[in-house]
Design a protein around this ligand. Structure first.
Ligand code: EPZ
Length: 441
């Protein structure tokens, strides 16, 4: 049995452009902000394009670091990726020179692992590095590997790399996951589209980004249905054709800006917000007492500056349609300003609450119960501080906290947010925020 323990190489990161944000907080945000295309949909769509040799064209792709890493990884494989305009990418995976996804890609971005399914299904073999990515928890990929084996692949593990091959062709099968895994569902689905026979995946993740991927695969000629909310059925095809696709809006970015308006007592109109994908989040905002007006994909937020205007509430993260774990950090900033004690249950990742330590340094009354539970008692006045971003979503939330805090904060590790929020500084500046980045040696 291959050693499937996650393998963490000591990997000397190339000197990325390290930067900090200086934020002068305490000012209400006002104005309009457009939501960009979804990071988590884009990365899988770009990978899915390797299922065919024909050209695929994607629009509304956010210009973010993770997309650029995926593009670079595809190009390193020998895939042609053109970038004819901002937010538009064209992929043509006619042939590939290598079937090797290196540590460099995986160390920068866990989502590089989504290449396992499509490359294995199309070319019959791939060597792919065990991913790194966000430091929120162990982040294993054992379920992805098990799914490939259920589809007839042989996968071994050595020195941080998975060696996968499918002599002949993958064959359809029953993929039963012990619990919901978003990318596990996506990897299995991508592999199944070219497998020989029928595949059933359950419980299949229900995130909107999964359905966006299904829509694109169908446009490519794949035979895929959601036969039940948590079940995906695929009839494998011999080959798929090129297709065009517009990426859905990013629900996590939308939620982040809604909280930004609420915690700064501002008035913000969030445009192109995928309101239909924010059900659990908007319901939680309602419970807290944030004044929201929804008109299609435009959400108007009228925040309140007076302490105690918001009510404490309990939140629990869960797979879609539950409250997204990626929106837990922004919600925590809001709850730090709510009257009363809120209980946070982070049910998906085992150390996605660690960042609350930085929030407590800004004055939030945080009590860590265990890896999955914490309480926040408010209202508290957040104070400007010097803090460090640990991951993408916590990073964005520290910006929200700094915008709400009186005085000047410095947030180190700002390059983290460039991974997943397009033009985040410009968007905040356009809302009247005082934020500037300073590069750090
Ligand atoms: C996706 O990660 C998203 N990333 C995450 O967003 C998001 O937080 C997460 O889904 C949950 O919604 C992308 O789509 C690129 P999982 P994913 O597999 O698919 C365990 C962001 O900031 N698990 O649904 O990797 C895992 O440890 C990122 O945009 C295994 O044990 O998450 C976790 O506890 C952060 N073995 C749980 O399942 C596996 O093989 C759910 O993880 C895979 C997962």
């Amino acid at each position: 049995m291959a050693d499937a323990r996650p393998f963490h190489w000591e990997y000397e990161e190339p000197p990325v452009q390290r930067e900090a944000f200086r934020v002068e907080g305490g000012r209400p945000l006002r104005g309009e902000v457009p939501v960009s295309g979804s990071k988590n949909a884009s990365l899988k769509l770009l990978a899915a394009a390797t299922l065919t040799g024909e050209r695929c064209r994607f629009t509304n792709v956010p210009e973010i670091a993770d997309v650029h890493v995926m593009v670079e990884t595809l190009r390193d494989l020998g895939v042609v990726v053109d970038h004819p305009a901002r937010n538009t990418y064209e992929v043509a995976a006619g042939d590939v020179d290598w079937l090797f996804v290196p540590l460099e890609a995986a160390a920068k971005m866990r989502a590089s692992f989504i290449l396992l399914g499509p490359l294995l299904a199309r070319f019959g073999r791939v060597i792919i590095s065990n991913p790194g990515g966000d430091r929120i928890g162990r982040r294993p990929v054992n379920l992805h590997v098990e799914a490939m084996k259920r589809l007839g692949a042989a996968v071994s593990y050595k020195n941080g790399y998975y060696f996968a091959q499918a002599p002949g062709r993958l064959r359809g099968g029953q993929v039963d996951f012990p619990g919901v895994t978003v990318m596990g569902t996506e990897n299995a689905m991508l592999a199944a589209t070219l497998a020989d026979g029928h595949t059933t995946i359950r419980p299949a993740a229900q995130e909107p980004e999964v359905d966006d991927l299904i829509e694109f695969l169908r446009a490519m000629g794949a035979e895929i249905v959601r036969s039940a909310p948590d079940t995906i059925e695929v009839e494998g095809r011999r080959r798929l054709r090129g297709a065009d696709h517009r990426v859905i809006a990013d629900r996590i970015e939308a939620g982040t800006f809604i909280v930004a308006a609420a915690v700064t007592g501002g008035e913000v109109t969030v445009r192109q917000a995928p309101a239909a994908h924010l059900g659990a989040f908007l319901e939680a905002m309602d419970r807290v007492g944030v004044a929201l007006q929804r008109d299609g994909d435009t959400i108007r937020v009228r925040g309140s500056a007076d302490p105690g205007a918001y009510r404490a509430t309990d939140i629990e993260t869960s797979p879609y349609p539950g409250l997204a774990t990626d929106l837990q950090p922004p919600m925590a900033v809001l709850l730090s300003r709510a009257q009363g004690t809120s209980h946070i249950h982070e049910a998906i990742f085992e150390d996605r609450l660690e960042w609350l330590e930085e929030l407590s340094r800004m004055g939030a009354a945080v009590e860590m119960v265990d890896d999955h539970h914490a309480t926040l008692t408010g209202p508290c006045r957040l104070r400007a501080s010097e803090v460090v971003m640990s991951d993408l979503r916590a990073g964005a939330s520290l910006i929200l906290a700094a915008l709400a805090a009186e005085g000047e904060s410095v947030i180190h590790g700002a390059h983290q947010v460039r991974r997943g929020y397009e033009d985040i500084e410009r968007k905040f500046l356009d809302l009247g925020a005082r934020i500037a980045h300073v590069s750090e040696a």
